[in-house]
Design a protein around this ligand. Structure first.
Ligand code: HEC
Length: 139
């Protein structure tokens, strides 16, 4: 019984130590970039009604961590085997730099700055998707 609880943990640890080449852009997006961006965007939004001080702290902490993840994943997206031809690395680098600014804003708990940075973050996501992600009609 004890062992059963340990095994999934090992699987999770093994997955998180996978090298860049093991990961596809899709996995990086779904597992890391998207939740990180959502956390940073939440810092620029109005707080939920009646948010407690504890919940506010957690939201800002998540925003700092999200901003850090965006910096790391922006670099990862620029690494050999993942980076693509053209403007790919420019968009990925913008994500890294915006993430660095987002970290400063989230540490300062500055919602206006986080909102402005969140807009530029969205432009980086959207720019790369428009260039590299084929769209199906109606999507
Ligand atoms: C350097 C290019 C690049 C940047 C920057 C980028 N993306 Fe992506 N994203 C992609 C590509 C390529 C795919 C398609 C992956 C596939 O389906 O193979 C994708 C797919 C996604 C998906 C769908 C994942 C899935 O499960 O199918 C989400 C969600 C996503 N991106 C979110 C974001 C967000 C949020 C940002 C900005 C914070 C962002 N992306 C920035 C290249 C990028």
């Amino acid at each position: 019984m004890r062992l059963r609880l340990v095994v999934p943990l090992i699987v999770v640890l093994a997955a998180s130590s996978a090298t860049a080449a093991d990961l596809t852009s899709k996995m990086i997006m779904a597992l890391d970039v998207n939740p990180a961006a959502v956390a940073l965007w939440a810092a620029g939004n109005d707080p939920p009604d009646g948010e407690s001080a504890f919940a506010a702290d957690a939201r800002w902490t998540a925003a700092v961590q999200g901003a850090q993840a965006l910096q790391a994943k922006g670099k990862l997206l620029q690494s050999p085997g993942i980076a693509r031809e053209g403007a790919w690395s420019t968009f990925a680098e913008i994500m890294t730099q915006v993430g660095a600014e987002g970290e400063i804003a989230a540490r300062a708990k500055d919602p206006e700055k986080a909102f402005e940075i969140g807009g530029r973050l969205y432009d980086a996501c959207n720019g790369c998707h428009k260039t590299y992600v084929p769209r199906t009609p109606g999507a």
